[in-house]
Design a protein around this ligand. Structure first.
Ligand SMILES: [Zn+2]
Ligand SMILES: [Zn+2]
Length: 373
């Protein structure tokens, strides 16, 4: 049976050897080693990094997810397991997630014959890039899954605190970029050029109409232009202009509509002013959406294992790649207190390991309940 000290030790080793998104090779080997040492079956899947393990038996199955990647941050916390990989740090606590999910796996394995179904445990790469979940879903390993469960440690909440919200939990975070190619000329001879600065100005005002005129009063969205640039001096008509910004949404339809309108407006202006406008729109993580019924069950289990539960009124503006599951399957994602003076992605972020006292029990209990149904 897994001991508390084992969980802490796993976490510290992960913390000491963090790896960047898509390069989690050693981490994957380490996970595989620990799982195989405990006789947990690792599925044979075409994944470059990350893996999927399985316990239990039968047709019904649920999935449990942890992310495994770290960030390009220089750790500023000193303990005897400080990052040994220069410039890389588990500053989002995915080391905490891995240890929690490993502990859950071992607890499930210890009473495997009592499981009324199977549990697929997803050790997902590249969360920080916003698309690691797709590597897992593309293998079809989740086809037919009953529920996908996950969590993020939350430093501003104390150990023993748990927060959740049914429906939309986090926003979709997207990035757009416009490259306008006009025709440069002498500032005194505009008829010989195609001024991209005029187009840039039109574009800035035109896209403001998307949120104000194309969306309903009941849709939430933010569209912000973060950077514009063009030209290099006072007496030359520039030959190109640039603009980039972000869109935050809480609904897939609204998201698609905004993307579509950005393209349509750019096409129209390109034609009107006889310039080329290159639009790129990057889907970073979508919105995490919690299933209502699963959220109810999760809350009851959280209370039963001893958490102090808060129901959130509003979604968070952070992005989380768990959306890659909640988009396709009934899912539930919770925030669990990890009490640090510094927030996620901060070089001094330092999670409290006592999170391991309750978190694995929460998942074990919830999984048993879901499979017993
Ligand atoms: Zn992160
Ligand atoms: Zn994270």
């Amino acid at each position: 049976m897994v001991q508390y000290q084992d969980i802490v030790q796993w976490r510290r080793t992960f913390h000491q050897y963090p790896e960047l998104s898509e390069n989690e090779y050693e981490t994957t080997q380490r996970l595989k080693h620990i799982l195989e040492e405990h006789n947990v079956h690792v599925l044979d899947l075409p994944l470059k990094t990350g893996l999927v393990a399985e316990v239990g038996q039968g047709d019904t199955f649920v999935a449990l997810r942890t992310d495994i990647d770290a960030l390009p941050i220089d750790e500023q916390v000193t303990h005897d397991f400080t990052s040994q990989n220069e410039g890389v740090m588990h500053a989002c606590g995915h080391d905490i997630h891995m240890a929690t999910i490993l502990a859950t796996t071992m607890k499930l394995k210890a009473h495997e014959d009592e499981l009324n179904g199977r549990v697929r445990i997803l050790f997902q790469p590249a969360e920080e890039l916003g698309y690691g979940a797709s590597y897992i879903t593309e293998t079809n390993v989740l086809d037919g899954v009953k529920a996908v469960l996950g969590f993020h440690n939350y430093p501003s909440m104390k150990v023993g605190e748990y927060a959740i919200k049914p429906g939309v939990l986090t926003s979709a975070v997207d990035r757009f970029e416009f490259k306008i190619k006009g025709k440069g000329a002498h500032a005194a001879k505009p008829e010989q050029g195609n001024d991209p600065v005029i187009v840039l100005g039109q574009l800035i005002t035109s896209i403001q109409s998307i949120v104000s005129r194309n969306l309903s009063a009941f849709d939430d969205a933010v569209l912000t232009i973060g950077e514009v640039s063009s030209g290099s001096t006072w007496n030359v008509i520039a030959d190109q202009a640039y603009m980039q910004g972000t869109v935050r949404t809480f609904d897939e339809e609204v998201r698609t509509k905004i993307k579509h309108r950005l393209n349509t407006i750019a096409d129209g202006l390109a034609q009107t002013f006889d310039v080329d406008i290159d639009v790129s729109y990057d889907y970073l993580p979508g919105a995490v959406v919690n299933d209502d019924e699963l959220t109810d069950r999760a809350v009851n289990v959280a209370k039963a294992v001893g958490y102090d539960v808060t129901m959130l009124d509003e979604p968070l503006t952070i992005g989380e790649d768990f959306s890659g599951y909640s988009k396709h399957y009934p899912s539930v994602f919770a925030l669990i207190g990890s009490q640090s003076d510094y927030d996620l992605h901060h070089p001094k972020y330092d999670a409290d390991e006592r999170i391991f006292e309750l978190a694995p029990d929460y998942f074990v209990t919830l999984i048993h309940q879901l499979l017993d149904d």
